[in-house]
Design a protein around this ligand. Structure first.
Ligand code: HEM
Length: 386
């Protein structure tokens, strides 16, 4: 049978998708949402199995906005062409490279950002801390050290807005084009400068691997659009969640629970990437639901991470829970390439250093979260008291 039709109010979905997703999981776990013109998979079990069926749930989407605006990156490829580019990038983002090269860079920049916050009394964790921490990490990983942290954040946002510009807003499209041009210019400049051949930057390892220049450009744009706002939102969001749950924060400070658990639980509770799109490549039926070739399917990771069949009290933030079944980084061959870098940046550096430097930090206003495809706090105002 055809998937049941489940209309949604896009504004409410953007403000808080979780109640609607819970209703979908309950009443129509695979449903067609006319406002998105896509079939949504909302249960963890279905996503976990279907994402791996890449002959059906294809990442190749030549007519999609991402390919049109950024070029064909690894996230829009399947099979051998995907795995080759993924393998070529590995030397830049493997757990070993993160540990041996990036971890010390992350620490150096984060300590400097904390020094700048000394004496401020009040600041916004999103813009004043998480944003530059995330952006400096990305400058080094990509190799685009000629861009500032603010430029990285701005181009990342402009690209994200551009690839979600389903209404065809001309201003959004132009900002996205300006952002991709800035990245191309930055790449051109960095290629003129002699990058040490041993550099582990994405630009250097992809060039050394002989990847075609168009693909290098597309993959660097992918890393910038997909690697800035998620760590930024995860750092700031976890700080909010911990300041709202002081008894859990105390367990982290005492070493009873590891900081990694706080990040993994945050990413389950308020998934920074709520969904990943696929194109249905051939006729397919799953749980009696028929998927039409060339239709769109959305793998709703944020919903999977709240699946009541897997997580008890999914709406509550609890760093002592077992998050091993959470799929915040995906569950198939496109599993996030930046996962090791994110875990180190957030759990080994950003969270412990912030709470170490400012043991007396408290929330200083209300915090609102927005988004369903990408979700994070708009601001996290804090004050430091003596
Ligand atoms: C909290 C941090 C992050 C989260 C939650 C996250 C989440 C995700 C998710 C859900 C996907 C799609 C997986 C799928 O479709 O199966 C993805 C893909 C990807 N992410 Fe991340 N990400 C994070 C940080 C980063 C960073 C820092 C980078 C770059 C340094 C990055 C680079 C990528 C790339 C290149 C892909 C595409 C991989 C492929 O197609 O094989 N991500 N990420």
């Amino acid at each position: 049978m055809k998937p049941p039709v489940f209309p949604i109010d896009m504004k409410h979905f953007w403000i808080d998708p979780y109640p609607v997703l819970a209703k979908m999981r309950n009443e129509a776990p695979i449903c067609y949402v006319p406002e998105l013109d896509a079939t949504l998979l909302t249960r963890r079990g279905d996503i976990f199995v279907c994402e791996k069926k890449t002959d059906v749930f294809s990442s190749v989407q030549p007519d999609g906005l991402m390919v049109k605006l950024m070029g064909e990156n690894m996230m829009r490829k399947d099979g051998d062409s995907h795995s080759l580019e993924r393998k070529q990038a590995q030397a830049s983002v493997s757990p070993r490279t993160v540990k041996e090269i990036w971890a010390s860079q992350f620490r150096k920049h984060t300590l400097a950002i904390l020094d700048n916050l000394e004496g401020r009394g009040k600041f916004d964790v999103v813009t004043d801390y998480a944003m530059p921490v995330s952006a400096h990490a990305l400058r080094h990983i990509t190799g685009l050290t000629n861009l500032t942290a603010t430029q990285i954040d701005e181009v990342s946002q402009a690209i994200i807005d551009g690839i979600a510009n389903y209404t065809g807003d001309k201003n959004i499209e132009q900002s996205c084009k300006n952002a991709t041009k800035l990245i191309d210019d930055s790449i051109d400049t960095m290629l003129q400068i002699e990058i040490p051949s041993a550099s582990a930057s994405l630009l250097n390892v992809l060039t050394n691997a002989g990847q075609a220049m168009d693909s290098i450009r597309a993959n660097i744009k992918l890393a910038i659009s997909g690697g800035q706002n998620e760590p930024r939102d995860a750092i700031a969001g976890t700080v909010f969640a911990l300041l709202s749950n002081p008894e859990q924060l105390a367990k982290l400070k005492s070493g009873e629970i590891r900081w990694l658990h706080a990040f993994e639980e945050y990413a389950r509770w308020m998934s920074p990437i709520g969904m990943s799109p696929r194109r249905i490549a051939k006729p397919f039926s799953w749980n009696d639901i028929e998927f039409q070739p060339e239709s769109k399917a959305f793998l709703m990771f944020g919903s999977a991470n709240h699946d009541e069949l897997v997580f008890k009290n999914p709406e509550s933030f609890d760093i002592s829970r077992n998050t091993s079944k959470s799929i915040s980084f995906g569950a198939g061959p496109h599993f996030c390439a930046g996962a090791a870098a994110s875990r180190t940046l957030i759990a080994d550096v950003a969270l412990p250093l912030l709470f170490e430097r400012f043991p007396n930090i408290a929330l200083d206003g209300t915090v609102e979260f927005r988004g369903w495809a990408f979700r994070g706090p708009l601001s996290v105002p804090v004050r430091i008291f003596d």
